[in-house]
Design a protein. Structure first.
Length: 308
């Protein structure tokens, strides 16, 4: 029996250094103490769903090294089933993150074992999601593997959430199984195959409508501090963000995705799922790290109550 939410994606060891500013080319900067934190888009999304109370499993690949063991432990601590998390003869994926005082970050990812999640692994993953309500995918694993899982899961009647990040152009066949497609404003342009000079580049409701017209069943365009646009068969609506002081935005988008998955698996409407997810991401940006910043459901509900 599979979990209600199954996340198929990447797991990374995040190496975080706090710096006063981003270095220029050829420049050496002194930073703060190096922190090792659990990350990777897929693992983050699974951990967020688990913290929200979902019955969740994670499918991916790590190395047979210390970082791989560390990531397994951290996922388990978040309530995530890791029985389908494979091991590869490659280093565990790593993200090098420079964090500035404004809470923004610059990230370089070395995929490592994440790129060992090939088509054979994608086919085997059906054992995890066969009876799931929701499958969550992102694009830090090989794209052909992610798209294979999306197609197979949709054919089996499982709801597919695709977070198209890192972004790429998506064809109509892939878009047609997305319910929802989740992108930020920049990723929306790349998925559509248009540039910043497009007439709709800053018209986010219009971008959401165009993504639906291109085939996606439903669309969420996340806008950071400006909230999110939701487009589905019920119409188009903007959900405002909570006003908080950001300390570290790393993993906030993944917290949002995991929370949406948790709520959809529980039977919530998409709009209500997004409203809850904005609270989850608002809490996460007030703490350092990705998974280490995710709160449990009771804390999220307390935050929402205090913000009313």
């Amino acid at each position: 029996m599979s979990s209600e939410v199954v996340v198929v994606g990447s797991a990374n060891a995040d190496l975080v250094v706090q710096v006063q500013r981003r270095p220029s080319g050829g420049e050496t900067l002194l930073g703060g103490d190096l922190q090792l934190l659990p990350g990777g888009k897929g693992a983050n999304q699974a951990a967020a769903a688990g913290r929200c109370g979902a019955d969740v499993a994670f499918v991916g690949c790590v190395g047979a090294d210390a970082n791989g063991g560390y990531l397994r432990e951290q996922l388990a601590a978040a309530g995530v089933d890791t029985s389908m998390l494979g091991s590869a003869d490659r280093p565990t994926g790593t993200a090098i993150i420079f964090l500035t005082p404004d809470g923004e970050n610059s990230i370089v990812v070395s995929p490592g074992a994440n790129h060992a999640f090939d088509l054979d692994a994608a086919e085997r993953s059906s054992a995890a999601w066969a009876d799931a309500r929701v499958v969550v995918l992102s694009l830090e694993i090989p794209h052909e593997s992610a798209f294979r899982v999306a197609a197979r899961a949709d054919a089996a009647g499982v709801r597919v959430i695709l977070n198209a990040a890192p972004s790429t152009r998506l064809d109509a066949e892939v878009l047609s199984v997305c319910d929802p497609l989740i992108v930020n404003e920049h990723e929306a342009l790349e998925v559509l195959g248009v540039g910043e000079d497009d007439p709709d580049a800053a018209d986010y409701p219009r971008l959401a409508q165009r993504l639906r017209a291109s085939g996606a069943r439903s669309v969420i365009v996340t806008l950071g501090a400006d909230g999110a646009i939701v487009a589905d068969a019920d119409g188009l609506e903007q959900v405002p963000a909570y006003r908080v002081q950001a300390v570290d935005t790393t993993g906030a988008g993944d917290a949002f995705v995991g929370a949406v998955a948790s709520e959809l698996a529980a039977g919530s409407r998409l709009l209500d799922a997004v409203r809850f997810a904005t609270a989850v991401s608002a809490v996460s940006v007030q703490r350092v790290g990705a998974q280490s910043s995710y709160a449990d459901r009771a804390e999220i509900e307390a935050f929402v109550a205090s913000a009313r």
